[in-house]
Design a protein around this ligand. Sequence first.
Ligand SMILES: NC(=O)c1ccc[n+]([C@@H]2O[C@H](COP(=O)([O-])OP(=O)(O)OC[C@H]3O[C@@H](n4cnc5c(N)ncnc54)[C@H](O)[C@@H]3O)[C@@H](O)[C@H]2O)c1
Ligand SMILES: [Zn+2]
Ligand SMILES: [Zn+2]
Length: 369
Amino acid sequence: MPQNGRALIVKELGGPFTLEDVIVDDIQSGEALVRIEASGICRTDLHCAAGHRPVQTPAVFGHEGAGTVLQVGKNVTAVQPGDKVLLSYSICRVCKQCSSGNRAYCEKILALNFSGKREDGSSPMTLPDGQALFSNFFGQSSFSSLAVVNETSLVKVPSDTPLDLFASLGCSMETGIGAIFNTLDIQQGSTVAVFGVGSLGLYAIMACKLRQAREIIAVDIQPSRLELAKELGATAAINSSEGDVAEQIRTICGTNGVERALDCSGVARIIETMIDSLGTRGKACSVGSNAPGTRISIDVHKHFVRGTQYVGSHQGDSDPQKMAPLLLKEHSLGKLPLHKVTKTYGVDDFQRALDDVESGKTVKAVLTW
Ligand SMILES: NC(=O)c1ccc[n+]([C@@H]2O[C@H](COP(=O)([O-])OP(=O)(O)OC[C@H]3O[C@@H](n4cnc5c(N)ncnc54)[C@H](O)[C@@H]3O)[C@@H](O)[C@H]2O)c1
Ligand SMILES: [Zn+2]
Ligand SMILES: [Zn+2]
């Protein structure tokens, strides 16, 4: 039986979010119905709603869901009703990338996460008048009280997991932390610079501290973000609107540049500065992107003479099934101060949450349903 729920809808790209009644379809084989208890707002939801990604409307976004499984469809073995779950991205499980352990690069990643529908073309959510919604976003569309979730997006967690703090595991947390643990594989004693210390960047700073990097340099334009980065483990903070950032980084590192660097700002000029700040055989990584088609320029000669690398990372190369237990353990040991970046809002207060994310007042806003 289809069920009634409430969801945040974007009716036109660039328009507002509105909280409306929706009809949630029966689950199919390989899906679960999840009662959403918390959903993080990621910058990517806002990019989509603004029309900076190829999506359609009316749409239900949300891809950092957390809640309780209510029903499971045929062939679902990973969870059962009553289980607590965090929701992440969907994969096909069988392509070359999935079967070689590189699930963040599943060959069907766009179709399964950004097409707005199931693989059979149906939408699991409609408006009360029957109009199909662009949903199934990241296999979940969790800006909703009820979500039809693809099995591969489900991550079972212990029943005492603080869902509000861990809702963002499924995207921004695993991306920021995974970029440090996996893509850049920061080692004890390394020097690292993180450009753009919003949600991804601050999770990355926490990860650098866990890996005991020697220098952890935070770069941003918001003084409050730089202060928070220092509280979370940054050893130096640079306001990129003041002075020559690459030069300041060379001075801090005491060499010809930093060993590892991560960009979470998505600003082309900042990505160029990041690459410019690398020392010999340094490695830089992009996770931030403000618009598809953004291009940067690289000094190719300097790049090869120094043997530097510039790579991209989707979801921090993370497997959420492995990342969840690892981070839950660090949190239980008091080594992951997620409460310092998280603020919860009742869903009826969603506009204040969106405004606070937009203005930079809140780093990670989490809606509770
Ligand atoms: N690669 C992935 O898998 C992945 C996953 C999630 C999000 N993203 C993308 O990552 C980006 C960051 O997301 P977020 O949630 O951390 O966003 P955010 O808004 O919380 O953080 C961005 C930070 O960049 C800073 N910034 C902006 N301009 C700057 C400049 N010129 N110099 C230095 N800092 C500057 C902002 O002040 C802010 O603190 C977004 O583009 C998002 O779409 C990518
Ligand atoms: Zn795949
Ligand atoms: Zn995201």
